[in-house]
Design a protein around this ligand. Structure first.
Ligand code: HEM
Ligand code: SF4
Length: 613
């Protein structure tokens, strides 16, 4: 894990103190609202539909068990709105109505409090912390080296990476030291504190892209050239939102030591020419798309200026890379696994009845590790009755206990809103499975339909057109049967409550997007998107299938699409063809026809009739 330095610690503490002062001046009426707002936003404090929302950064996704416990304390002690507010929120929720299901039951969001939400970009969000408690929360976070700095605003946001960084079997080089060098360079960089719009960078060092790099403002891949030298393939101008665009390759090989100089050239070009006049056109993707080669030329000109006129001030020296790399300390596995050294993989569980479940878990939730004796194990945060990526205070504590017991006290947040344990010995897999099962984290659904991504949607977000979470719940409820789920195989389902696309619907094999028609909640379905992972193939934007559907129809549309897949799929390489491969082979038409056959309950759906508050 990254070892925080004294400088890091003091920096985060000083920021927490500064924020306390700003908050108290605002509370005393000495700081006007419009001056306090940017200050709280710079520390991750938004105000959403019902209450303030806090976004906490988790650099490179790494969380120690101590940090997990601090997050748990925040959930139990601070993610607690006052009773009147919570009642108002519940009443508003009731007004929205439920989604009727076939079994005579219905589903709506069960508004809860006291939990954290893992996002897709190595952040954790809370939905209910009262603003007058915000400085206490900042202090608590600072005590474990955490903060919300640059998790909001038009700056370079938390730089995300691969949850398997440093331990992946397909890794060319560890991306974390570069992510950390970029974090140190970009944090509070005065030239880049007020960009035209937010700026998101993702970096991977593996052959498989597990960081959705093509969907970022800048996507970086560590690669080796023909002479075996390390460098970066650089993508620029990717993003989702109302104009989904895949990042374009601007450099196929940039020597690794030039990455800050080159990034500076990109961000300078963006800072000068980005559309500050129109928030919908302000992301770098719009500039790159509009200017094409001219943008590339501009970046190259800036880069040459930085090299020749400025003297390449941010060239990374081997000593600097070595210094930062040394901050990523591997756990002492000799002592951690002393008794297990050389031990074979764990035997299957004794009870025969558990064998299928266990082998499914091994297949879906356990991945190889660069150390052949170890495994990377995903704890599933996708379950019935809980929003994707949500973790209660108790669950956070349980995850911390599992990290201590099985993974050298470390867990990592994944792009798909789960946690992984990165240092599990193969001989402990059965014991971990038993413990994870007891804690409710062992559902063998990783990369399957119910391992979906969803944004908070209309239940929490003031920008939403529709709710995401009840749909996630309805689909999860429909697909509880693990036999069926495994038969359907690996499928990315992504749900966003509006076109801002926080739930990545554009990159889902199946995407669901909440849209507003005459003040009512409706949903568009897209098919064929990809985040660029091995399973999904080349990154792609999903295409819309027909007109919008009511909430009640959506689970049936998903079912119709998946039944069509089951009918038409072919066996492939001894396994069956995956959903995304079948979709690419057949084209969207048969799936579209099946989806559009579902037109039954639009008028009768209470959610379709409810006014969006
Ligand atoms: C409820 C609080 C949230 C608000 C107000 C919010 C707001 C926004 C907005 C306005 C955009 C569009 C930016 C643009 O196109 O210029 C956006 C994009 C995005 N957000 Fe959120 N978001 C929230 C929560 C989340 C969560 C929980 C996640 C992850 C689960 C997330 C991940 C993303 C991603 C991945 C994008 C699209 C990528 C891109 O920047 O192009 N956001 N968000
Ligand atoms: S996609 Fe829309 S509804 Fe969902 S969190 Fe983002 S802004 Fe809110």
């Amino acid at each position: 894990m990254y070892q925080y330095t004294e400088f890091d610690r003091q920096f985060v503490k000083a920021r927490a103190n500064q924020y306390r002062d700003q908050l108290s001046r605002w509370q005393a009426g000495l700081l006007p609202e419009d001056e306090f707002r940017p200050l709280r936003l710079q520390n991750g404090w938004y105000v959403q539909r019902y209450a303030p929302m806090l976004r906490v950064a988790v650099p490179y996704g790494e969380l120690s068990s101590t940090q997990l416990r601090a997050l748990s304390t925040i959930a139990s002690q601070y993610d607690q709105p006052d009773t009147a507010l919570f009642k108002r929120a519940q009443a508003a929720q009731d007004e929205l109505g439920d989604i009727p299901l076939d079994d005579g039951k219905s589903v709506k969001t069960n508004l809860t409090k006291g939990y954290a939400h893992f996002t897709t970009r190595h952040n954790v969000q809370y939905n209910w912390i009262p603003l007058d408690k915000s400085a206490d929360v900042m202090d608590l976070l600072a005590s474990v080296n955490m903060h919300g700095i640059q998790t909001s605003g038009n700056c370079i946001r938390n730089i995300t990476s691969d949850e398997r960084a440093g331990i992946a079997v397909d890794e060319i080089a560890d991306p974390r030291p570069f992510a950390e060098i970029m974090r140190q360079w970009s944090t509070l960089h005065p030239e880049f504190a007020f960009l035209p719009r937010k700026f998101k960078v993702a970096i991977t060092g593996a052959t498989e892209d597990r960081a959705a790099t093509a969907w970022h403002d800048v996507g970086l891949h560590l690669v080796k050239n023909a002479s075996g030298e390390l460098g970066f393939k650089v993508l620029v101008g990717g993003g989702m939102g109302r104009t989904p665009i895949l990042g374009m390759e601007i450099r196929s090989f940039l020597p690794w030591n030039q990455i800050l100089n080159y990034l500076e050239a990109i961000v300078r070009a963006y800072n000068r020419f980005g559309r500050r006049d129109n928030i919908y056109k302000a992301r770098i993707k719009i500039l790159v798309k509009a200017e094409g080669q001219q943008f590339v030329d501009q970046v190259e000109a800036e880069y040459q200026d930085i090299l020749q006129i400025d003297g390449a001030p941010h060239t990374i020296t081997p000593a600097e890379l070595a210094r930062v790399s040394a901050s990523f300390v591997e756990p002492d596995l000799t002592s951690l696994h002393a008794s297990l050294k050389g031990a074979p993989p764990a035997a299957a569980p004794v009870a025969a009845a558990d064998n299928t479940e266990y082998s499914r878990w091994l297949k879906q939730n356990v991945a190889p590790h660069k150390n052949p004796e170890l495994r990377i194990v995903t704890l599933s945060f996708k379950r019935l009755g809980q929003a994707p990526g949500d973790a209660t205070a108790d669950q956070l504590k349980l995850a911390a206990d599992l990290a201590d017991q099985f993974s050298a006290g470390e867990a990592r947040v994944t792009h798909d809103q789960n946690l992984v344990l990165p240092w599990v010995h193969q001989a402990q897999l059965t014991a971990l499975w038993e413990a994870a099962r007891k804690a409710g984290f062992a559902r063998a659904n990783i990369r399957l339909l119910t391992d979906m991504i969803a944004c908070p949607g209309g239940d929490f977000c003031s920008l939403a057109n529709a709710r995401s979470l009840p749909l996630a719940e309805a689909i999860t409820r429909r697909y509880q049967d693990l036999d069926e789920l495994h038969d359907l195989g690996e499928i990315d389902l992504h749900i966003s409550g509006c076109i801002n696309s926080c739930g990545h619907h554009h990159s889902g094999h199946i995407g669901i997007l909440g849209v507003d028609k005459d003040g009512k909640e409706w949903y568009q379905i897209t098919l064929g998107g990809s985040d660029g992972s091995l399973l999904s193939g080349a990154p792609a934007t999903g295409k819309v299938v027909g007109p919008s559907f009511s909430a009640a129809e959506v689970p049936h549309v998903i079912e119709a699409v998946l039944e069509t897949y089951r009918e038409l799929r072919l066996p492939a390489d001894g396994r069956q063809e995956t959903f995304i491969s079948a979709l690419r082979r057949l084209g969207a038409d048969p799936f579209k026809a099946a989806a559009n056959g579902v037109r039954f309950a639009a008028a009768a759906s209470p959610i379709a009739e409810a006014q969006v508050a």
